[in-house]
Design a protein around this ligand. Sequence first.
Ligand SMILES: [Zn+2]
Length: 301
Amino acid sequence: MDRRSFLAGSAAMASTLWAMRAARAAPLTFGSGSIESISDGTLTLPIGFVLPGQSPEEISDLFQPHGLATDALRPDCNVTLLRLPDRTVLFDAGSGANFQPTAGKLLEGLEAAGLTPADITDVVFTHGHPDHLWGVLDDFGDPLFTSARHWVPQGEWDYWRAEDTLANTPEERKSFVAGAQTRLDAIADQVEMVTAGMEVLPGVEAVSTLGHTPGHMSYMLHAGSESLLVTGDAISNSVISFERPDWHSGTDQDPVLGAKTRMALLDRIASERTRILGYHLPHPGLGMAERKGTAYRFVPA
Ligand SMILES: [Zn+2]
């Protein structure tokens, strides 16, 4: 087998595996609707970017029992799909085509779920980072979800669009700001603001979880006595966030507030035994937090 046919074969196999994986996660019944995790693909985040304050020994001590590679994290990206009798809701929109080549697969997952972008009635955003917002436009730069209302946390809208944000952002992240501004401008006619505690849609409660970004929002979904928290990036890794929630994350724009928010949220979901769906937890991202000593462990569920 030459290199070319090997690569073609690998690509075919990767797309078959992708299809199997996309088809695998079955919807959860939730009240009179359902919840499903749609994969947007994966990202690669160098470890020095994720944990700038930790020594290689500390990282390897934490990662080794889990068999995790110590060079980079390769997180999944899980978009929550909530189907209600009269609404079809996405939480975040994935990366689109212009962020990392392994991400931006949302449309394939939606197709496997029998949906087109025009079927989506609401897109509810946790925050404005590229892997959550940039998938909101099509390849021509036009809004992809043509019939949808786009719910944006007021704090995110204000922060990304403020005149001084670009100047106050480190060089390596300036593209995040320019990218967010382009997308938010393009969807402006379809935007509705989200504020903390508001009932965005029936049974969808906005829960303020600041730190990862200045206006980050999580969403508690309610149906009768059932509930599920869509965490966004307030809890972002199944090992680090749970076992060392106090460690400062380089992905958090305010690492001190990010850690404080994460610890409070873990305490709440462990006490209330709330199921979560985490954007970057192992696909499909569903699970719970169990107390382990002074910290937690992630239990897929
Ligand atoms: Zn993210």
